[in-house]
Design a protein around this ligand. Structure first.
Ligand code: NDP
Length: 291
């Protein structure tokens, strides 16, 4: 391997440490940040995520509130809970774990969260604020990826960045953040032509496709920085969207899976909760936690 390994696990640990320090300082002023996580149903992956979110929230000194509802909960009941959490001053951040059961309208539920408490950054107002360069809550996985990129490269200005994937939770907000940092951004998706050639022109590659080892080593421009967002469960365990063994021979720097972007996502959720708490109390945004 010739590429530098971008160690998201250790970066996230440092970030959580800084969040814990900010939280302790807030508590001295009588403010305890609180994150409410709502899980509907029994999806095993979601249960694991919710457990680790709760654990890490408590470890940084914040209050964690967990609400578990059965899979057949009527949407109106979930909306009523979101309404209660919106009004609860002890709750600064609200996260409704996705995916929701099929009978629920995800967009309606997400848009019922008060935008200031929308720590996932999926509310339509936060999407619009991000797109127009206003103060927003920024989705956690793209925010974490941006932090790793800035740490690795310093300025992203003028770099050719290719985002593979155009989902609302990763690809699109990632592209917005890169654009905001003055990268030249291309978004690829399943209808993109000549993806390998396009990829060979990219100084920065963000892979958010959801297919194991999709991005091949010979697609990578020598020296490029590769951020692998993918999490794919295979017989060989968790693997990313990038053929790590081959790409790491060509790239300048690359994130591993696991241990790359994954740990950054929850750390950024805590960062967003802290930011939401600061804003709710008229305090400046905690340094280094927002884009
Ligand atoms: P989606 O399934 O919502 O989006 C996948 C995107 O990949 C789509 O835009 C799709 O294009 C595109 N795509 C699919 N096939 C191809 C292809 N052959 N060529 C080019 N593009 C293609 O996934 P998400 O954005 O939610 O997640 C992406 C990956 O990131 C998954 O592995 C997921 O598990 C992981 N993830 C990791 C997180 C973390 O914490 N590290 C958090 C969130 C997600 P089209 O729009 O045309 O269909």
């Amino acid at each position: 391997m010739t590429a530098t390994l971008i160690d998201g696990k250790s970066f996230a640990a440092g970030l959580r440490q800084r969040i814990a320090e900010h939280t302790a300082a807030m508590k001295e002023r009588g403010i305890t940040p609180g994150l409410a996580v709502v899980l509907v149903g029994e999806d095993p992956a979601s249960q694991v995520y919710v457990r680790s979110k709760g654990k890490q929230t408590r470890e940084t000194g914040m209050n964690s509130f967990e609400h578990r509802l059965p899979a057949d909960t009527p949407e109106a009941e979930l909306l009523a809970l979101v309404g209660q959490l919106n009004e609860d001053p002890a709750v600064n951040g609200i996260l409704v774990q996705l995916p929701l059961p099929g009978h629920m309208d995800e967009a309606a539920v997400i848009n019922a969260i008060r935008p200031e408490k929308d720590v996932d950054g999926f509310h339509i107002l936060n999407v619009g604020r991000l797109a127009t360069g206003q103060k927003a809550m920024v989705p956690c996985t793209p925010l974490g990826s941006l932090m790793l990129l800035r740490d690795q490269l310093g300025s992203l200005s003028g770099k050719n960045a290719l985002v593979i994937g155009r989902s609302n939770i990763v690809g699109k907000p990632m592209a917005q953040l890169l654009l905001r940092d003055s990268a030249t951004v291309t978004i690829a998706h399943s209808r993109t032509c000549d993806l390998p050639d396009l990829c060979r022109t990219a100084d920065i590659v963000i892979a958010a496709v959801g297919r194991a080892h999709f991005v091949k080593g010979d697609w990578i421009k020598p020296g490029a920085t590769v951020i692998d967002v993918g999490i794919n469960r295979t017989d060989d365990g968790l693997v990313g969207d990038v053929d790590f063994a081959a790409a790491s021979q060509v790239a300048g720097a690359i994130t591993p899976v696991p241990g790359g972007v994954g740990p950054m996502t929850i750390a950024c959720l805590l960062a967003n909760t802290l930011t939401a708490t600061a804003r709710a109390n008229g305090l400046p945004d905690p340094e280094g936690l927002t884009p």
